[in-house]
Design a protein around this ligand. Structure first.
Ligand code: SF4
Length: 639
C-alpha cells in the first residue's frame, strides 16, 4: 500500500509552504479529498477558531513517507451498550482493546497510545490535554439499548462533539455510535446517524478503520469489517490497554467476544446488522484471555455474542465440543481467574436442540463461577407482538428453556447437582451456578394493553412452578435506522408510558421481590463485594460479574475495597447484607440489628454483654441459625 503518512508537524510545514506558493486556501477540515470515510459538509462550532489551510494535491504528498512511530494517539471510551456487548465500567468492551491492538499492528508504539474513559475526563480535566495534543483522537461509544448504570455515565452527544472540537489532530469515531445517536441515552427515543463533528466515522469495524487510517498516513480508509486473523492478533496485542483503565486491576471485567451477528431478525435489534453469526475459534478467545491475564485481569465475561449455546456450531445448533474447548481452555490459561460469566443465551436454541443444549449448559456450569446469568430475550409473551416483530421464541418455548437451565445449572456449590433447582432451607448458602434472566421490551409494534398482562402472567408462572430467575430486565425500545422498528419509532412506547410504569412497579413488587428471596435467602454468602458508594448512612457495592446484585451494608465503610457479605434481607432488586463472617464481639449496632430476628433491643443487649466465647453464648433465641453468618473473635482483636 502506498503510504502518504505524515506526522502533523511535517503536514503543517508542507501545507504552509504550499499555501505560500499557491495562495490557495480552504477550511482544513473540509479537505474531503476522496470521500473515503471522510464526512463532508459538517458545521463547525463558533467556539473553535477555524484554521485555513491549503488544498494539497494528493500527488504532492506521495513522497512524504511518515513513520507511524511518530503518532500520538488518544483513545476516549464513551462506553457501549449493545444487545450483545457491554462496556460501561466496571466493564471494558472489546473496542478499545482491539483498536489498541490494531494501532500497535500498524506500527504505533504502545507507549504513545493513551486511553481515557469519559468519566476520567470529567473527573480530572487535566487529561483533556491528551485529547488536545493527540495526532489521532479515537472516540469509541454508542448505546443501542437504553440502561441506567452505577459504574459510569456514558458520554452524551454534546461531550462527544466537544472531543472533536478540542483535538488538534485527526478525529475518528466508531463503535455502535455508527448506528445512530439519540438526543439522550434513554429508552423510548429515536436516533439518527450523526457525525458529531468528527473527521471520520467508521461505518465498518472501527479497529479495521484505525488500522487502515494509520497505514494511509491519516488520509482515509475504506469502510470494511476486520477478518478473523486480524481480530485474533489485535485482541492479544491490545490487551496492554487495560492497564490504563481507572478500574484496573481489581475492579475491571473484560467483555469477551465469541461471535458477532445473529441467525434471527428481530425488528428492533441492531445485532443482525453484523450479518449471520461468525465465530472466533477457541484458540483465538483463549489466547486473548491468556494475554489479558498477563496484564492482571482476573474477571471475564463471555458477553459479546447473541447466543453462547450456538458457539462454534452452524449458526443455530449447539456444538458442545466447541464450548468445552472454549471453557476448559480459559480455565487452563487463567487458573486464578475470579469471575467467568456469560451473557445472552437464545431460548429457542434450547427448545430446538434440547439434548445438545443440556450438555452445553452442564459444561458452562462446570467451568463458570457462581451467580452466572443466561439472559433470555423473550421480549414479549404476547403472540401478536411476537408476530409483528419477528420475535423468535414463544412464551411456552421460553418457559421450557427456563426449566431446562434451572434443572441443569440451578445448583449451588457444595450442593446436590441432581436436585437442581435448589433453594429453601436445605440449600447451600451460595448463589446458584447459572440461572436464566428474562428480557422484556416494550413499545414494540402491535403492543396493546393485554401485552402487559401476558408478560406479567409469564413471570408469575415461572415463580409459581418453582423455578428461579436471576433477574428480570424490563425496558422500552430505542428505534434505530436500519432496523424494522425505525418506521414505528418511539410512538407506541410514548403512548404506553403510564401503562408501562404501573406494570413495572407491579412486577417489581409481585415477582422480583419473592423471586429474590428464593435465589438469595438470608445467610447467602456473596464473596468479594466491591464497595462503591455511600447513601443514606449505608455502603453500597456489587460483586464483579454479569448483572450483579446491588448490596446495601449498614454504616459507611471505606470504599474501593472488597469484603465478603452475608445476605440478611432483600428488596425488589437489591439485598441488604452484613460483613461475613460478622464478629459478634465487634459488630456495630446497625449491623446486628439488620440480622433477621435481632431487633434494636437485642442488638443493644448483645453489645452490653460482650465479649462472647461463641455465638451460642449470646443465646439470641432467633429463628435463624446465626452461626451461618456470625463468628466470635477475642474482644481485643475486634475493630
Ligand atoms: S435473537 Fe433477536 S434480539 Fe437476539 S440477537 Fe438475534 S436478532 Fe437480536
Amino acid at each position: 500500500m502506498r503510504r502518504l503518512g505524515c506526522a502533523r508537524r511535517e503536514w503543517s510545514e508542507r501545507l504552509e509552504r504550499c499555501e505560500r506558493e499557491n495562495g490557495v486556501t480552504r477550511e482544513r477540515r473540509g479537505i474531503g479529498r476522496d470521500g473515503k470515510g471522510r464526512l463532508a459538509g459538517r458545521t463547525h462550532p463558533p467556539a473553535r477558531s477555524v484554521r485555513l489551510v491549503t488544498v494539497l494535491p494528493l500527488e504532492s504528498l506521495s513522497g512524504a513517507m511518515t513513520d507511524p512511530e511518530t503518532l500520538a494517539v488518544t483513545i476516549v471510551d464513551g462506553y457501549v451498550d449493545e444487545p450483545a456487548h457491554f462496556g460501561v465500567p466496571p466493564y471494558i468492551s472489546t473496542y478499545p482493546r482491539y483498536a489498541a491492538g490494531a494501532l500497535v499492528d500498524a506500527g504505533v508504539p504502545r507507549e504513545q497510545i493513551t486511553y481515557h474513559t469519559i468519566d476520567r475526563l470529567r473527573d480530572e480535566p487535566d487529561y483533556w490535554r491528551d485529547v488536545d495534543e493527540a495526532d489521532l483522537l479515537l472516540y469509541l461509544g454508542g448505546m443501542t439499548v437504553p440502561g441506567k448504570y452505577v459504574g459510569g455515565t456514558p458520554a452524551e452527544p454534546d461531550e462527544v462533539r466537544k472531543l472533536a472540537w478540542t483535538t488538534d489532530g485527526t478525529s475518528l469515531m466508531g463503535g455502535p455510535v455508527k448506528f445512530g445517536v439519540g438526543d439522550e441515552n434513554a429508552g423510548a427515543t429515536e436516533t439518527e446517524r450523526r457525525d458529531l463533528d468528527f473527521d471520520f466515522v467508521a461505518k465498518g469495524d472501527v479497529e479495521a478503520a484505525v488500522y487502515d487510517l494509520v497505514e494511509s498516513g491519516l488520509e482515509g480508509f475504506n469502510n470494511r469489517m476486520r477478518d478473523v486473523n486480524e481480530v485474533s492478533r489485535w485482541a492479544q496485542e491490545g490487551a496492554f490497554i487495560v492497564e490504563q483503565h481507572p478500574n484496573h486491576p481489581q475492579h475491571l471485567i473484560c467483555e469477551l467476544e465469541t461471535s458477532r451477528g445473529c441467525a434471527y431478525r428481530c425488528s428492533f435489534c441492531t445485532e443482525p446488522l453484523y450479518g449471520n453469526p461468525s465465530f472466533r475459534s477457541p484458540p483465538s478467545v483463549v489466547g486473548e484471555v491468556d494475554a489479558l491475564s498477563d496484564y492482571g485481569v482476573k474477571h471475564f465475561r463471555l458477553g459479546r455474542q447473541a447466543d453462547i449455546l450456538a458457539y462454534g456450531g452452524d449458526g443455530e445448533a449447539p456444538n458442545p465440543d466447541a464450548l468445552r474447548q472454549l471453557y476448559s481452555g480459559i480455565r487452563e490459561v487463567a487458573p486464578d481467574l475470579e469471575t467467568l460469566h456469560l451473557d445472552n443465551m437464545n431460548p429457542i436454541t434450547i427448545v430446538n436442540w434440547p439434548e445438545q443444549s443440556r450438555e452445553g449448559i452442564r459444561i458452562i456450569a462446570e467451568h463458570n463461577t457462581p451467580g452466572d446469568t443466561a439472559a433470555f430475550g423473550l421480549e414479549s409473551a404476547d403472540p401478536v407482538v411476537q408476530e409483528a416483530n419477528n420475535l423468535n421464541v414463544t412464551a411456552e418455548e421460553c418457559f421450557e428453556a427456563v426449566r431446562i437451565v434451572n434443572e441443569e445449572a440451578g445448583w449451588r456449590p457444595g450442593g446436590d447437582r441432581d436436585a437442581a433447582p435448589t433453594f429453601g432451607d436445605d440449600a447451600p448458602r451460595r448463589l446458584p451456578k447459572l440461572l436464566p434472566g428474562i428480557n422484556l421490551l416494550h413499545g414494540l409494534k402491535g403492543e396493546r394493553e393485554e401485552t402487559y398482562e401476558r408478560n406479567r402472567a409469564f413471570l408469575q408462572r415461572v415463580y409459581d412452578e418453582g423455578y428461579m430467575l436471576r433477574r428480570i430486565n424490563i425496558r422500552q425500545v430505542m428505534a434505530f435506522d436500519g432496523t424494522d422498528m425505525s418506521e414505528t419509532g418511539a410512538e407506541i412506547a410514548n403512548e404506553h408510558k403510564q401503562l408501562f410504569k404501573r406494570y413495572k412497579k407491579r412486577v417489581r413488587e409481585e415477582i422480583d421481590n419473592p423471586m429474590l428471596e428464593r435465589v438469595v435467602p438470608p445467610g447467602t454468602v456473596l464473596p468479594d463485594v466491591h464497595l462503591e458508594y455511600h447513601q443514606d448512612g449505608k455502603t453500597f457495592g456489587r460483586q464483579l460479574g454479569t448483572y450483579p446484585l446491588l448490596v446495601g451494608i449498614p454504616g459507611e465503610r471505606e470504599l474501593d475495597r472488597t469484603i465478603d457479605v452475608a445476605v440478611v434481607d432483600h428488596g425488589y432488586r437489591s439485598v441488604t447484607g452484613v460483613p461475613y463472617p460478622l464478629d459478634l464481639n465487634g459488630a456495630s449496632m446497625d449491623e446486628l440489628a439488620a440480622i433477621p430476628g435481632i431487633g434494636d433491643r437485642t442488638a443493644g443487649d448483645i453489645v452490653v454483654n460482650r465479649p462472647y466465647e461463641s455465638v451460642a453464648d449470646a443465646a439470641l433465641g432467633t429463628e435463624f441459625d446465626l452461626t451461618q453468618f456470625m463468628t466470635t473473635r477475642p474482644l481485643e482483636r475486634a475493630d
